[in-house]
Design a protein around this ligand. Structure first.
Ligand code: A3P
Length: 292
């Protein structure tokens, strides 16, 4: 797609109880029949929870030494392609030639193709606190011209609480993936806030899940490569090569902070949010931090 001939913004519709847009359901049959391999790694997130960050970390972990060209010539969204996206003529996932294959998805857990479960693939789920996730999503929908029009902040805020977002309700997404850990052990659930607070430690935990044992120096080097400022500068990671995004409105690598919601939420919104949150987030074992 060229910037010139963008289709109109998508409209949300109900898809098996989840708000979606056609570009993530048009390929449904195709991706439901996806044949996973046992060493595939699925990176699962609600949109704007730090997908690109985890993708980048995993990609460097596996390929920095062996495939150096990859890092300088292939954008991250091709290195770690998006399972459910429908771009006619571009089957990025099927064309992956690396091992392991790193695959990204935003699907709610009940929509994940069954082959991933049957093959017992490793799955890395990254979650981000709802308030910052909402703010990031708002700015993303402003600048990404295939997303539904976000409208004013106050109406976007309400839509988020109502779960009328692309890929559905944040609350359902994080809760249902969390519950999945009880029946599926090859799932590593991590938090954006932890990764901001202590990148090295989170990378070590991730490596232990993946069965990798990098040296302390390697972990150190990796944590510094994946800091926000470095990724923002990296043309292959910052989405500057993606056609549908208008960085004049808002860059993809926007702030990368915990707590930016404080610059957006009014006092009244914050109270309404917290009230509603308590009703929806009833599992005491799943706790998010809205500041670090
Ligand atoms: P903000 O909009 O709050 O800045 P996703 O990759 O799921 O679309 O998530 C994008 C969000 O992750 C953006 O949040 C982006 O800035 C943030 N992000 C990406 N890389 C990051 C990094 N290295 N450190 C901190 N945040 C990062």
């Amino acid at each position: 797609l060229e910037k010139m001939d963008l289709p109109p913004r998508s409209k949300l519709f109900d898809f098996h109880g989840v708000s979606m847009i056609p570009c993530f359901t048009d390929n449904w049959e195709n991706y439901q029949n996806f044949q996973a391999r046992p060493d595939d790694i699925l990176i699962a997130t609600y949109p704007k929870a730090g997908t690109t960050w985890v993708s980048y970390i995993l990609d460097l972990l596996y390929f920095r030494e062996s495939l150096e060209d990859r890092l300088t010539t292939i954008p991250i969204y091709e290195r770690v392609p998006f399972l459910e996206i429908c771009i006619p003529g571009k089957d990025l996932v099927d064309n992956l030639t690396t091992s392991p294959r790193l695959i990204k998805t935003h699907l709610p857990v009940q929509f994940v193709p069954k082959s991933f479960w049957e093959q017992n693939c490793r799955i890395v789920y990254m979650a981000r606190n709802a308030k910052d996730n909402m703010v990031s999503f708002f700015h993303f929908d402003r600048m990404n011209k295939v997303e539904p029009d976000p409208g004013e902040w106050s109406s976007f805020f309400q839509r988020f609480l109502d779960g009328k977002m692309v890929f559905g309700s944040w609350y359902d997404h994080v809760n249902n993936w969390w519950k999945k850990k009880e029946s599926y052990s090859n799932l590593h659930y991590m938090f954006f806030e932890d990764l901001v607070e202590n990148t090295g430690h989170e990378i070590e935990k991730l490596c232990s899940f993946l069965g990798l044992s990098p040296s302390a120096e390697e972990v150190e080097r990796l944590s510094s490569s994946v800091q926000f400022d470095n990724m923002k500068k990296d043309k292959m990671a910052n989405y500057s090569t993606a056609p549908v995004m208008d960085f004049k409105i808002s860059p993809f690598m926007r702030k990368g902070k915990v707590g930016d919601w404080k610059n957006h939420f009014t006092v009244a919104q914050n109270e309404a949010f917290d009230e509603d949150y308590k009703k929806k987030m009833t599992d005491p074992t799943l706790q998010f931090r809205t500041e670090v």
